[in-house]
Design a protein around this ligand. Structure first.
Ligand code: ADP
Ligand code: MG
Length: 401
């Protein structure tokens, strides 16, 4: 089951998010524009043509507590997805695991299920889950809660922009899971509110994005405080040479499992929208958004300012649109996301902060209004649609020059 040959994506990879280097960025985008347009086009495969996956395990076969099996059944998971099928047994055996699988294929439960079992059988154990964005931390905590609320297993969500007081009091209750972003975790460590010597298990979900965001120093400091040996898991939909270095540094003899079917799942239909010279992108966008099939649309823009402006303009034009980006207060960020999740608004305009890990039901379209900075970013952005076997469409705007 072990796959050692990861697909190394070759997209123009850049590190400009922390230290904006406009020339570099422009170059990367230009490269994407001219060399990789075909990468933005991929007709979804008809479901009958997609080979049916037959798992080798059933949830009932895994050596996990019955209480947990009941919780899985209650959540409506009937059989493991490929990444769950191929990693859960290794994690239960306490191997370090690198799990690479397409977006929307159940990576969260692949690590939560065996780790909940670990806590049930070793109640003194504690688990640290590190993620790049606040919203992803909240989402993983929700999924954990759904599995474990009857099992007396709790989590603290430690993210920036939220009340420190609440997090301090959550931590005082010694929850078995701590889920957080590197910056806030570091702050809590400095205040001595968190003692990482009790955490023998760490999960890095979407860690390559943390690397992009310049969190590598914080991640290193945090992981160095965990006891050794520790049990470390790494999950992502993309794998690049930078990540290989990270894995070499943080994981010990990991079992590598890659169940990717191409760069993206077949359920995402991808196409480009050519914007002719002299035509406004905004008009083209508006015309699309007026079509009834554009029922739940996630639009990606490049800058916080641009995203805010676009969502305001769309709202002025009468669309139900909100925005999410790093310049917005956390409460408002979360509120916009919740409105979108519950389909109370049609459109969410976002920076790449919404590109990682977010599981929003039935997004009909992802639109790259501005080009992504790298091929990895593209994969994660469009991976917000076509999840858990549903179909979705991804459109990328290409301005003719
Ligand atoms: P990933 O992390 O791979 O992008 P998620 O863990 O967010 O994917 O899962 C995507 C969706 O699939 C979620 O809505 C989740 O509830 C659902 N899901 C996960 N595992 C299963 C399963 N075994 N059966 C049915 N649905 C599942
Ligand atoms: Mg995920």
């Amino acid at each position: 089951m072990q796959t050692r040959n990861f697909r190394h994506t070759t997209g123009a990879r850049t590190n400009f998010r922390q230290n904006p280097n406009r020339a570099h960025q422009k170059r990367a985008i230009k490269q994407l524009k001219h060399a990789d347009i075909t990468r933005f086009i991929n007709k979804a495969t008809a479901p009958e043509k997609v080979e049916q996956f037959v798992p080798t395990h059933r949830f009932s076969d895994f050596p996990i507590e019955n209480r947990l099996k009941e919780a899985i059944a209650q959540k409506g998971y009937r059989e493991p997805t490929p990444i769950q099928d191929k990693t859960i047994a290794h994690i239960l055996r306490k191997s370090d695991v690198v799990g690479i699988a397409n977006t929307g294929t159940g990576k969260t439960a692949a690590f939560l299920i065996p780790l909940i079992h670990k806590i049930l059988t070793q109640p003194r154990e504690r688990v640290l889950i590190m993620v790049p964005t606040r919203e992803l931390a909240g989402q993983i905590a929700e999924e954990l809660h759904e599995f474990a609320y009857r099992l007396n297993i709790h989590a603290a969500v430690c993210v920036g922009g939220a009340s420190m007081g609440k997090q301090l009091s959550q931590l005082r209750n010694r929850p078995q899971f701590v889920i957080g972003t590197p910056g806030r975790l570091k702050d809590l460590l400095e205040r001595r509110a968190l003692n990482l010597s009790e955490f023998r298990t760490a999960v890095l979900d979407e860690a390559d994005r943390m690397l992009d965001m310049g969190f590598i120093k914080d991640m290193r400091r945090i992981l160095a405080l965990l006891p050794s040996p520790r049990h470390t898991l790494f999950f992502s939909a993309t794998f690049s040479p930078e990540i290989e270095r990270l894995v070499g540094e943080f994981l010990h003899n990991p079992i590598r499992v890659s169940v990717k079917t191409g760069d993206t799942v077949a359920s995402i239909e991808q196409d480009i929208v050519r914007v002719p010279l002299g035509t406004s992108k905004l008009i083209v966008l508006q015309n699309l958004l007026m079509k009834p099939e554009f029922s739940k649309v996630l639009i990606f823009g490049r800058t916080k300012h641009g995203v805010e402006k676009l969502s305001k303009i769309l709202a002025q034009k009468g669309f139900r649109a909100e925005s999410i980006h790093g310049n917005k207060l956390q409460g408002k960020r979360q509120k916009a996301l919740d409105l979108f999740k519950r389909a109370h608004i049609q459109i969410l305009v976002a920076t790449d902060v919404a590109a990682r890990g977010l599981d929003i039901d039935s997004i009909s379209h992802v639109i790259n209004y501005d080009l992504p900075a790298s091929h990895e970013d593209y994969i994660h952005r469009i991976g917000r649609t076509g999840r858990a076997g549903k179909k979705g469409k991804a459109l990328t705007f290409i301005e003719q020059t």
